[in-house]
Design a protein around this ligand. Structure first.
Ligand code: HEC
Length: 199
């Protein structure tokens, strides 16, 4: 009796697994269809409801999606009247720096390294010459220029405007400034409680 039950259970398990990932051309027998079948339109599909038959709709003319009104060029581009803005428009505080550190480590450090010296893992494993943000030349850039490089890219570096939001990029700029400051800080700047950890 026990044997029959076990055999049945195994058969059921095999059936469930085989119907779940069916690679044959036949319509699978679905015990649990999950959400495999839904009434929806995917990108590039045809939709007879609209006269142009496109499922993908364009934004209604003259409208702006929430959070997409970039009316302030200085904030969005880091540029005013063709010149990079000098100072980060965000309020610089610990919260912004911690946020910027997280974003820098995610988006910039693979190439630029966690200290910004341009020796990230990509730089180490390729012949790509990654910019050193601790270079005096880049230290002298206005905040708007670093923001602009992060947004639009420069020479062999791609821009990250579409991957990283405006506030995130300004937070990154603030953190890059902190890295630059730290790279030439005298020992006197190190908080007393951290001094023993220096070697
Ligand atoms: C995929 C690799 C890669 C990533 C990721 C990357 N960079 Fe770069 N970056 C480069 C390379 C390569 C250069 C050198 C460009 C050149 O001079 O041709 C560069 C140069 C720079 C420069 C110096 C530009 C100059 O005028 O010389 C700055 C500033 C900079 N990057 C900022 C950033 C910031 C901020 C991020 C993160 C948002 C970032 N980069 C992410 C590859 C990268």
């Amino acid at each position: 009796m026990m044997k029959t039950t076990t055999a049945l259970l195994i058969a059921l398990a095999v059936l469930t697994i085989s119907t779940g990932c069916n690679s044959s051309q036949n319509t699978p027998f679905e015990i649990i269809p999950d959400m495999d079948h839904q009434q929806k339109w995917k990108a590039q599909m045809e939709n007879p409801f609209f006269s142009d038959r496109r499922a993908m709709r364009k934004p209604v003319e003259g409208t702006v999606a929430q959070g997409k009104l970039f009316a302030d060029d200085s904030y969005h581009l880091g540029v005013v009247e063709g010149k990079f803005i000098g100072r980060n428009p965000e309020k610089i505080n610990k919260e912004l720096l911690v946020y910027g550190q997280r974003k820098f480590n995610t988006y910039c450090s693979p190439c630029h390294g966690q200290t910004g010296d341009g020796k990230g893992i990509v730089a180490q494993r390729s012949l790509w010459q990654v910019g050193n943000m601790l270079d005096p030349r880049i230290k002298e850039y206005p905040d708007g220029e670093i923001y602009s490089v992060a947004s639009e890219g420069r020479r062999t570096m791609n821009g990250y405007r579409n991957q990283i939001g405006d506030r995130e990029r300004w937070a990154i700029v603030a953190y890059v400034r902190a890295l630059q400051r730290a790279s030439s800080a005298p020992v006197a700047d190190v908080p007393a409680q951290l001094l023993p950890s220096l070697h």
